[in-house]
Design a protein. Structure first.
Length: 255
């Protein structure tokens, strides 16, 4: 397990108004450090894409700043999960990441390449930590969002009209597999999702992956939920029905 040393020159930086500098304490090595994080109160969501990725006004994408990396030991993870480390995981990270990690300091304003490196480091930490299915699926979903080649609109489009890129499909597959396991084995809510939302997400992911039978199975699971017709689930229902119409049309074409 090799990690390439990367260093960046420190310099005085001016942050855009939607970023702020925050002090963090690493739960693995206990060192404190500063990093930049999205100020979500300054970001307005225009709509939510079919795979639940928020689309922000003014073409701002904070996804590159969603990973926190400890400069000292290399522990990396999605910021909202950063402190969720058990003693067993802490020991594994110290044994398998720390000895191979070279101290690095990222600038507060990241390039695309630096953000990508941080996602790779988070995935490495996740593997060493042996994350639960829901936790790994959540990281894979965020990775898919980060790598999306093009933004989507609010409505679900047929696959033939969507070009998301190979990296996104790779992470979709990981996310779909992990969430399917979590759906059966873990209690809800899972990462802010109830069972209905996760069943819808699985419907969408398997459709994007071209597995129509699995997508139909999850669509039935979604639509059979008692809460499917509840007002508060209106958006999920609308998107599920959009996928249903697409699946029906594609099934007829193949007959």
């Amino acid at each position: 397990m090799k990690i390439i040393e990367v260093s960046y020159k420190e310099k005085k930086e001016e942050l855009p108004e939607w970023l702020y500098r925050k002090q963090m304490t690493c739960p693995v090595c206990k060192r404190t450090f500063f990093d930049s994080y999205p100020r979500y109160t300054r970001l307005r969501v225009e709509y939510v894409e079919p795979d639940l990725r928020p689309h922000y006004v003014a073409d701002v994408s904070p996804l590159g700043y969603d990973i926190t990396v400890c400069f000292n030991c290399g522990y990396s993870m999605l910021t909202d999960c950063y402190e969720e480390v058990s003693e067993t995981q802490r020991k594994a990270l110290r044994e398998k990441i720390l000895p191979k990690f070279h101290v690095r300091h990222y600038p507060l304003v990241l390039t695309r390449e630096q953000s990508e490196e941080r996602y790779k480091l988070a995935q490495l930490s996740g593997q060493v930590m042996n994350l639960k299915a829901s936790e790994w699926g959540y990281l894979m979903l965020h990775s898919a969002w980060f790598y999306k080649k093009t933004d989507e609109g609010e409505q679900v489009d047929p696959n033939e009209k969507v070009d998301l890129g190979e990296e996104t499909f790779k992470y979709y597959k990981e996310a779909a597999t992990s969430f399917a396991e979590a759906y059966i084995a873990e209690p809800f809510p899972i990462r802010g999702m109830n069972a209905l939302t996760m069943a819808y997400l699985e419907t969408l992911l398997f459709y994007r992956l071209g597995d129509l039978e699995e997508s139909k199975k999850w669509l039935r699971e979604c639509m059979n939920k008692e809460e499917f017709n509840a007002y508060e689930n209106k958006k999920v229902k609308e998107k599920a029905l959009e996928i249903k119409a697409i699946l029906s049309a594609e099934t007829k074409e193949s007959e």
